[in-house]
Design a binder for this molecule. Structure first.
Ligand code: 4NP
Length: 159
């Protein structure tokens, strides 16, 4: 059974699809595509069915990463279906936990920036209403976090 990761932000058009596609890029490079599977979702229904935001795709392309996928909303079944759920910011984290009132799955939910080693910031900032630099910063932070996350997942994979 593959290890399943779910990246979650508000709209699922900027940060979480970037995290998903960056992580997939690293997973392919590491030769682990059969063992680690990624998806992403939004806590809101605002952009269901939409492709990633063009500004996010442009920032990712500058780092050689192409953005795929369509937005979907996080659902309660995701708690069962994924091994680890990575929230981009604290609001996303609390919105996810609010869907688990019996606190059965809280150990599966983590903040993405916990895995960063080169950045001190604790949340992936929402770039939606800002300029180009905000999107570039998101990519840098996610590259760092995804590298740390890959090391963590590798250490949890069975031999
Ligand atoms: P994301 O960015 O959560 O990183 O996908 C946003 C996308 C859309 C909105 C806010 C943030 N919005 O308000 O529509």
């Amino acid at each position: 059974m593959a290890y399943k990761l779910l990246f979650v932000c508000l709209g699922n058009i900027c940060r979480s699809p970037a995290a998903e596609n960056i992580m997939n890029h690293l997973i392919v490079q590491a030769g682990l595509s059969e063992r680690i599977i990624c998806d992403s979702a939004g806590t809101s229904s605002y952009h269901i069915g939409s492709p990633p935001d063009r500004r996010m795709s442009a920032a990712a392309a500058m780092r050689g990463i192409s953005m795929k996928g369509r937005a979907r909303q996080f659902q309660v079944a995701d708690f069962e279906n994924y091994d680890l759920i990575l929230a981009m910011d604290k609001d996303n984290y609390l919105d996810i936990l609010a869907l688990d009132p019996r606190q059965q799955y809280c150990d599966k939910v983590r903040l993405m920036c916990e895995f960063a080693t080169r950045h001190q910031i604790r949340e992936v900032p929402d770039p939606y209403y800002g300029g180009r630099e905000g999107f570039e910063k998101v990519i840098d932070l996610l590259l760092d976090s995804c590298e740390g996350l890959l090391e963590y997942v590798k250490s949890s994979l069975p031999d």
